[in-house]
Design a protein around this ligand. Structure first.
Ligand code: SAM
Length: 363
């Protein structure tokens, strides 16, 4: 089965849902909103600005909330403030909320009442835009602002890797790049990310109007080395919990050895190189930020719930629904133990990018 058919965050609004456990990305959103605010205002200094009747804004990989509502609020307030400063009539705003087809769009749409209640005098609309952002989503020249937070590090497919000599599994006992992975594993991950991020940029470029903006917030790493604890911690914990189930005879070892996550945590340099290589965007702003996990995941139980909310659909597809409770109980045990020994990662790293479509790339 293809990644786009089995990837989604835990649905609904129960205790293991993405909506209820996404405290970390909510904190990242709070820190990065000034970039979104500025990007929306800068649309009013370009050559299209006088002619806005409708501002088209897309949030890619929006999930079922609540962060997409934060982004919508920021765009509405930024536009309202700018129009009031310029004494211009505020345009109508059309939001396109994109995610893969398995996303819980029902919960997302129910949550939209937050926006309708908060901005009664603003003319804004929202519609779902299902599909993969690795392909085209919108018509040419139609988008003014595109935003995506914690989506772009998801790959379109699991990287293809071969083991040296073809004897043992290429990434034995692991599900992501790890200290014990052979170099071919990192190479395969990097190569898949390069392919996917380039195609992401190539698809967005014709969709944006000239001078249109794109704000991307990507789960990233600070070190050049992709195997540090900082970047691999989540996937190491999950691999250890799966290995434990293998030792208990609950999961077949072959299933573990043949599984790797379609996810890559890039460095800022890797991202910048690809923006330059693709060539149709100017980088207006780039930064690598760290967000303290203290206060969000002080209790390892909460961290375990978050980990479950964004991995369970994919993990259950590979290993079977019947082992999920035991598996995530083990995840919690590992996190509790690591917390006692102060071995857990304590900060999350994000790469924040604001891009402007170059004039020479008019579509
Ligand atoms: C961790 S969630 C982030 C949700 C939200 N943007 C936030 O900041 O909380 C990542 C989302 O990206 C979506 N996603 C992953 N790959 C995608 C793709 N190729 N096309 C569209 N959405 C995708 C996932 O389904 C998921 O809902």
């Amino acid at each position: 089965m293809e990644v786009k058919e089995m990837l989604f965050m835990n649905k609904g609004d129960g205790e293991n849902s993405y909506v209820k456990t996404s405290g970390y990305t909510q904190k990242v959103a709070a820190v990065t909103q000034p970039v979104v605010y500025r990007a929306a205002q800068s649309l009013f200094t370009g050559r299209n600005s006088c002619s806005y009747q409708v501002l088209n804004v897309a949030d890619l990989g929006c999930s079922s909330g609540p962060n997409t509502f934060t982004v919508m609020s920021t765009v509405i307030e930024s536009t309202r403030d700018k129009c009031s400063e310029l004494n211009w009539q505020m345009p109508e705003i059309q939001f396109y909320l994109n995610d893969l087809v398995g996303n819980d769009f029902n919960t997302l749409f129910k949550g939209l009442s937050v926006i309708q209640d908060k901005y009664k005098n603003v003319s804004c609309f929202a519609m779902g835009a299902p599909g993969s952002f690795h392909g085209r989503l919108f018509p040419q020249n139609s988008m003014h602002l595109i935003h995506s937070s914690y989506g772009v590090q998801w790959l379109s497919k699991v990287p293809k890797m071969t083991s040296e000599g073809g004897l043992s599994p290429p990434n034995k006992g692991k599900i992501y790049i790890s200290k014990t992975s052979p170099p071919a594993v990192w190479k395969a991950y990097l190569s898949q990310f390069q392919e996917d991020f380039l195609s992401f940029l190539r698809c967005r470029s014709p969709e944006l109007v000239p001078d249109g903006r794109m704000v991307l917030i990507i789960h990233g790493r600070k070190s050049a080395d992709p195997t540090t604890r900082e970047s691999c911690y989540t996937w190491e914990v999950l691999a250890d919990a799966i290995s434990y189930q293998v030792s208990q005879g609950l999961i077949d070892e072959e299933k573990l050895n043949s599984f790797n996550v379609p996810y890559y945590i890039p460095s800022q340099e890797e991202v910048r190189d690809l923006v330059n290589k693709e060539g149709s965007f100017l980088t207006e702003f780039v930064d690598t930020i760290e967000v303290e996990l203290e206060g969000i995941w002080t209790e390892p139980e909460n961290r375990a719930k978050n980990l479950r909310s964004f991995t369970e659909p994919m993990i259950s597809h590979q290993f079977g629904e019947e082992v999920m409770d035991k598996l995530y109980d083990k995840v919690k045990d590992i996190l509790v133990e690591d917390c006692k020994q102060e071995k857990q990662s304590t900060r999350g790293v994000s790469i924040v990018l604001e891009l402007k479509k170059k004039e020479s790339h008019l579509s």
